[in-house]
Design a protein around this ligand. Structure first.
Ligand SMILES: Nc1nc2c(ncn2[C@@H]2O[C@H](COP(=O)(O)OP(=O)(O)OP(=O)(O)O)[C@@H](O)[C@H]2O)c(=O)[nH]1
Length: 308
């Protein structure tokens, strides 16, 4: 027995699109659970990663990026962000070292500062591997200045790189140390409480987004139609059939997803299948269809059905 109190609580990362939030979440949790993609604004669901240690438990919540709400989907995503911020104990503000702190970053920090219940704020200078030592130092000075400018206080400022593994342990330690004393919320060994179906849908969405134009991300949703174990398989070689639909808004987008003679759709299937195999630990057969649901982002009925 030690005298150190058990700490537990919730944290989330915020920052501009591409700031490295999902990648850092994955690095901290040590298993791929959130969706990392080189396209901005791909994180949609509040995917949680759970870190359980002898001295505490940290539940990481991944929120979508804040953006100008032009559609009903945009509004709902923003509401989800504000809701999450006021519920967590710690918010890690990701400020990538290779980018100057700009109006977008200040807007996000300013919005958090306005919350009635303000979480503890930590500044994470992400992507240290991309810059020189000098640039890193001037970035840290800017991070200090921005706190003063906006009237907030950083509990800690940590430079780190999720891809190079630089200071990831420190980020984990710092986040845990800032949590209140509390119980273990989730049993040990649980990495995410997202239903498997959501994770599978996210993996397919991620594969579908790879290499498509920048404006497409918001137009794609994935619905899992059915997941079932294939009958009559030998016990040591199980196979799972997964039927899923990729939903787009326009016929032209359907064409992009399917590609020339179905080439892109096949690529999406292959890539997603590999990830799903890894997630489930069994072989899967993936059956993908592309559906057009006109203007689904503006239609409350469609949004509800697609899980937003
Ligand atoms: N060099 C380098 N690249 C990184 C690092 N962290 C993330 N990246 C890359 O930056 C891009 C964006 O990373 P994400 O983790 O998807 O960023 P995000 O903030 O979750 O992005 P959104 O979901 O769009 O809000 C990806 O291509 C990552 O591989 C890092 O520490 N170093």
């Amino acid at each position: 027995m030690t005298d150190t109190p058990y700490r537990s609580g919730f944290a989330c990362f915020v920052g501009r699109p591409n700031a490295g939030k999902s990648t850092l979440t994955n690095a901290l949790v040590g298993q791929k659970i959130a969706i990392a993609s080189s396209k901005p604004q791909t994180t949609r669901h509040a995917v949680r990663g759970i870190i359980t240690r002898d001295d505490g438990q940290l539940v990481l919540i991944d929120t979508p990026g804040l953006h100008r709400p032009r559609t009903l989907l945009g509004q709902r995503l923003n509401d989800l962000v504000f809701e999450t911020w006021s519920e967590v104990d710690v918010v890690g503000v990701c400020l990538p070292c290779d980018q100057r702190i700009g109006p977008g970053d200040k807007f996000i920090i300013g919005e958090i500062a306005k919350l009635g219940h303000r979480p503890t704020l930590v500044a994470l200078a992400t992507k240290t591997d991309l810059v020189s030592r000098d640039r890193q130092l001037s970035h840290l000075v800017d991070i200090g200045n921005v706190a003063e400018e906006l009237g907030i206080e950083w509990a800690e400022v940590v430079p780190c790189s999720a891809t190079a593994g630089d200071q990831v342990d420190t980020v984990r330690d710092v986040l845990l140390s800032l949590l209140p004393e509390g119980p273990m919320y989730y049993p040990d060994g649980e990495i995410t409480d997202e239903p498997e179906e959501t994770l599978i849908a996210e993996l397919i969405r991620e594969a579908a987004l790879e290499g498509v134009r920048d404006e497409l991300p918001h137009s794609i949703a994935v619905v899992i139609d059915e997941i079932m174990p294939r009958a009559d398989r030998p016990e040591d070689k199980p196979l799972t059939d997964i039927f899923a639909s990729i939903v787009v808004e326009r016929d032209s987008q359907k064409g992009i997803i399917i590609g020339h003679r179905g080439a892109r759709l096949r690529e999406i299937g292959t890539q997603a299948r590999e990830q799903i195999n890894r997630l489930l630990g069994t072989r899967v057969h993936l059956d993908l269809h592309v559906k057009v649901l006109k203007e689904w982002q503006r239609d409350a009925k469609h949004l509800n059905r697609l899980g937003f």
